[in-house]
Design a binder for this molecule. Structure first.
Ligand code: Z5A
Ligand code: MG
Length: 234
């Protein structure tokens, strides 16, 4: 009998608006799921990640008048440019993600291309194929991530923006305003497909974790029987 190649790992992505609980839940799943590894986007450790991190740490509405902004020589990055950097930041990791998956590791990712498309589309009016024709329309926003590894499961942690805003740490980064988060949620809703599972992120942490772990284990069991796809949004 021929030796069997290793079963591939499952690719599990977590998405949702700011402070919905993604980082809490990805860490818990990585700790409970055997042979798993946790990654996050943006990956702030790379060169593109450093630019992104600096961009995110300057609140958009007040940056023009703040003393630190006045001392910054370079003009702010256009929305299109930062969008492409977020995508580049994912492409930098794509080959290592597929290598891990092919070697049998379950890869859990905290935010992915769906965040990329939803946050930029929200700047252009909030998703909608119709509203914005060119730059910042949802189709434009999806384009640079086409062909990335396709997740087996997208866990959408569902929390209303007003509830998320009451949680610790809210408001420290650029996009953390309730009206903007409403638009992000609307854009996420347009991106949902058959791989998504929506979980109620307002339930206690342990309950959310149990729900996710059950689904994740089912997906891990099935992923080994299906080829890895590298055709996101193709
Ligand atoms: N962004 C983008 O524009 N384009 C892209 O392509 C990508 C991202 C990938 C930084 O992301 C920003 O980048 C983000 C989108 C944009 N927008 N902003 N600003 P980030 O992932 O680095 O952001 P973060 O700093 O990790 O925050 P977060 O992801 O928004 O939070 P979270 O991970 O979803 O939540 P958490 O840290 O797990 O929990 C938040 C708090 O809630 C904490 O106090 C928990 O203890 C509490 N919590 C968690 N779960 C619960 C439950 N179930 N009940 C009650 N309280 C809870
Ligand atoms: Mg997080």
């Amino acid at each position: 009998q021929q030796p069997q190649p290793p079963r591939r790992g499952a690719f599990i992505v977590f998405e949702g608006i700011d402070r919905c609980g993604k980082s809490t839940q990805t860490a818990l799943l990585a700790a409970s799921l055997p042979n798993s590894l946790l990654r996050r986007f943006p990956d702030r450790t790379t060169k593109t990640g450093a630019i992104i991190s600096s961009y995110l740490s300057h609140p958009s509405s007040s940056s023009a008048s703040s003393p630190s902004a006045a001392a910054t020589p370079s003009p702010p990055l256009p929305d299109e440019a930062i969008h492409l950097l977020f995508s580049a930041n994912r492409w930098e990791s794509a080959a290592s993600l597929t290598a891990l998956l092919r070697a049998g590791t379950n890869v859990i990712v905290d935010r992915y291309a769906y965040s990329g498309a939803a946050y930029t589309a929200a700047k252009g009016g909030g998703g909608g194929g119709g509203g914005v024709a060119g730059g910042l329309g949802l189709e434009w926003c999806k384009a640079p991530d086409r062909g990335l590894p396709t997740p087996d499961l997208v866990v959408y942690v569902d929390v209303a923006p007003a509830v998320a805003a009451a949680r610790a740490g809210y408001g420290e980064e650029r996009y953390e305003r309730i009206e903007f988060q409403e638009k992000v949620a609307a854009a996420f809703a347009e991106l949902r497909d058959e791989r998504w599972v929506v979980v109620d992120g307002t339930r206690p942490v342990e309950e959310v974790q149990r729900t996710i772990e059950k689904v994740a284990r089912e997906v891990v069991a099935k992923a080994g029987m299906e080829p890895l796809r590298e055709d996101l949004w193709c």
